[in-house]
Design a protein around this ligand. Sequence first.
Ligand SMILES: Cc1cc2nc3c(=O)[nH]c(=O)nc-3n(C[C@H](O)[C@H](O)[C@H](O)COP(=O)(O)O)c2cc1C
Length: 365
Amino acid sequence: MGWSASDGWNRRGGLCVMKRMGGGQLFGGFTAGQRRGKLAYMNTAESVVASEPVAPSLAVRIGSLSLANPTMTASGTGGYADEYADFSDLSRLGAFVTKSISKLPRKGNESYRVIETRAGMLNAIGLANIGLDRFISEKVPRLEKMRVPVIVNVPGWCIADYADVAAKFDQDIPVVTGIELNVSCPNVKNGLSFGTDPVRLAELVAAVRKRVSRCTLIVKLSPNVADVAVTARAAVEAGADALSLVNTFTAMVVDVEKGRPMLANGTGGLSGPAIKPIAVFMVHRVYSQVAKAHNIPIIGMGGIQTWKDAVEFLLAGATGIAVGTALFVDPAAPQKICDGLTEYLKRKGKKSVREIIGALDTSSV
Ligand SMILES: Cc1cc2nc3c(=O)[nH]c(=O)nc-3n(C[C@H](O)[C@H](O)[C@H](O)COP(=O)(O)O)c2cc1C
């Protein structure tokens, strides 16, 4: 299958991974879905012009961030931005979310660290990244030229790790306007347990909150818990401005000939279409149990490929939606999602995407 060296995040990462994934043949029905999406897009573009001159607004707010539309990259799947610049019009994103940037550089796990599954992929990259200092000197100048809000994803192995890196971005790097705390990466053996323990999570968020005043503080929740509303509540009560969910589901693929796990790390995080219905459920649970009452926006993700997937998340309560695994098949997926979403809103007679956020009708269930 040729995944050996692939962390997918070097310059040609996107294309290289797409090629290995068969150019969109995978992910059970993705190609058919893509075709339907393209046809719908082509069929509707003209009627838009003919019947309704004013396009519905896609603008949303996540904390203090004003987004032209709800789409974002999911952390770790769009690299540091330069990897995707040749394949996708990044200025059409609502926001760009970087991969996790740690205090010190990290090599990540040994290969295999990415494995294709029947409806998505399993990754155990191990938070490979160039570290805070190189990120600031080498990548921030590129990000400063972007015309969309930049959110950095911050991992950590103790509270001070998170707080120091978050404070650095908040105080010294004006182009960064959002900080997303990765509290749930299941791929690092020495472990990030904050995301599964509401008490530790609250301590962490409160400590970071004290050091972050300018940026919107987003807490990215782990799905690997009994009830995601419990950790969501802990994060919100400790001062999160927004929540994002879901991170990947801990999972394993077995090599039956060798009788051992395929990933060098043993386990990895499952992402892609396989997790979408669970992610939609979790977004709705967090929205209805916590976020709605506190007026806290949610960034929903997990298997989003098409505008229809995005609408599911928006109806379930997400204000923003992030695209991850689908970017490896189609780097332009977020732009196509915006086109499809616009058409959907017109068809439904909506003036703004905000009218459908959390509008799921559960009265009959
Ligand atoms: C290859 C890969 C690398 C990822 N790296 C990170 C990361 O560095 N930090 C993080 O918070 N999430 C990371 N994620 C999780 C995604 O941001 C996202 O939460 C998850 O993949 C679900 O979305 P998707 O199904 O659209 O991919 C990664 C996911 C993948 C597939």
